[in-house]
Design a protein around this ligand. Structure first.
Ligand SMILES: Nc1ncnc2c1ncn2[C@@H]1O[C@H](COP(=O)(O)OP(=O)(O)OP(=O)(O)O)[C@@H](O)[C@H]1O
Ligand code: SF4
Ligand SMILES: [Mg+2]
Length: 359
């Protein structure tokens, strides 16, 4: 994908599993098992899927916080996996991370000023003590906090404010890409909206790209330009956000989007499909990985592993039968009466009306 800021090809991470008294390797968890995606400068790609499907592992691989088993990660055309350590350290400045639990990711013994000043010093971005203090004040204001907050410690802030601090720390080094792993999942819905709105306004202002990892489709619908749906270490569908919500093709995506019964009883309830357990990533099913839970499974699905095939318009699906399936209920408008749609509508209303004041 020429011109992409980030380009991931055939990326794999197989974690060895050891067992027995001698700690011998008895198998591998195929957490990420050959995924391709790209992210352009200034856009948000969301990675969604159920717990354990490999979202966080994918995010950590991109940042090289984990070493892949195979594949490539190119950032501005450069293969990160071939960079020597010193060059990778310099590259890290351009690729930052925000985690779900801001408290765990902030050093409780450091003042906010020291915490934000550290990366500035490390990357030579503030020549003097006064320049550093001024930049810390600026960063705090950027995320809706006040310069005098620099004297406080993380425990003196609320959950939403702590996530603002984590965002300020990521911004300190003026990155081009931020991998945000469930950044608002631990926050109340109204505060989720404020933090997501803050992320969007910072994106517009600085041209940031986000890889936004989430299991929450309501949040994703609000922030993502494109979505990649993962299942058991594989990407099963990618499309623009509007297209995916309007026209979900893969049976797994459709089941995710139809997460609760629909008001119209004639519409197929695909929710039932997701009631089965996700198979073990140590021993994934052969053929299509979703076949053990797919209501449309055919004999060949148990043998042939479908590839992710693009339709030429940027909508790619890893199911050769999608065009033959009955029409899917669309969540494009989010106006139904079921619980999830209500939540989607409520959350969207919160996004529209909430100001980004700090909470
Ligand atoms: N260090 C590790 N060693 C062994 N297995 C691991 C390790 N880290 C993750 N896994 C396994 O890899 C798979 C993918 O995990 P990952 O954390 O990437 O999923 P996730 O999609 O982020 O899930 P969640 O939504 O719960 O955060 C899971 O089966 C998990 O148990
Ligand atoms: S390939 Fe077969 S099992 Fe897999 S999603 Fe498509 S229909 Fe279902
Ligand atoms: Mg995770």
């Amino acid at each position: 994908m020429s011109g992409a800021l980030l380009e991931v090809r055939a990326l794999q991470k197989h974690f060895p599993v050891k067992s027995g008294a001698f700690g011998l390797v008895s198998g591998h968890v195929r957490a990420v098992d050959g995924i391709d995606f790209h992210v352009y400068a200034g856009e948000t790609l969301a990675i969604v899927g159920e717990s354990g499907c490999g979202k966080s592992t994918a995010g950590r691989l991109v940042l090289r916080l984990l070493e892949p088993t195979g594949g490539s990660v190119r950032f501005e055309g450069e293969d990160l996996l071939r960079l020597p350590d010193w060059k990778m350290r310099a590259q890290r400045r351009h690729m930052q991370v925000i985690f779900q639990d801001p408290y765990a990711s902030l050093n409780p013994r450091m003042t906010v000023g020291a915490m934000l000043g550290e990366p500035l010093m490390l990357h030579g971005l503030a020549a003097s003590e006064s320049a550093r203090r001024a930049r810390v004040g600026e960063l705090l204001e950027l995320v809706g906090l006040r310069p005098e907050h620099a004297r406080r410690y993380p425990h003196e802030f609320s959950g939403g404010q702590r996530q603002r601090l984590a965002i300020a720390r990521a911004l300190a080094v003026e990155p081009k890409l931020i991998v945000a792993d469930e950044p608002v999942s631990a926050l109340d819905v109204s505060i989720q909206a404020q933090v997501v709105n803050l992320m969007r306004s910072l994106q517009a202002r600085f041209g940031l790209a986000y890889v936004f990892i989430s299991h929450d489709l309501a949040v994703v619908k609000h922030i993502a330009d494109r979505i990649a749906v993962m299942y058991l270490g594989k990407i099963v569908e990618t499309a623009t956000t509007d297209e995916l919500f309007r026209n979900p093709r893969h049976p797994y995506t459709r089941a995710l989007l139809s997460a609760v019964p629909l008001p119209d009883p004639t519409v197929i309830r695909e929710r039932a499909l997701l009631e089965g357990d996700i198979p073990s990533a140590m021993n994934p099913p052969p053929g299509c990985r979703f076949h053990t839970r797919c209501r449309y499974v055919r004999p060949s699905c148990k043998v042939d592993m479908p590839g992710l095939v693009d339709d030429g318009a940027g909508h790619a699906t890893a199911c050769p039968w999608w065009a033959e399936l009955p029409p899917a209920p669309s969540l494009a408008e989010g106006t139904g009466q079921d619980q999830d749609r209500m939540r989607l509508a409520r959350l969207q209303a919160a996004f529209v009306t909430t100001q980004t004041e700090a909470t």
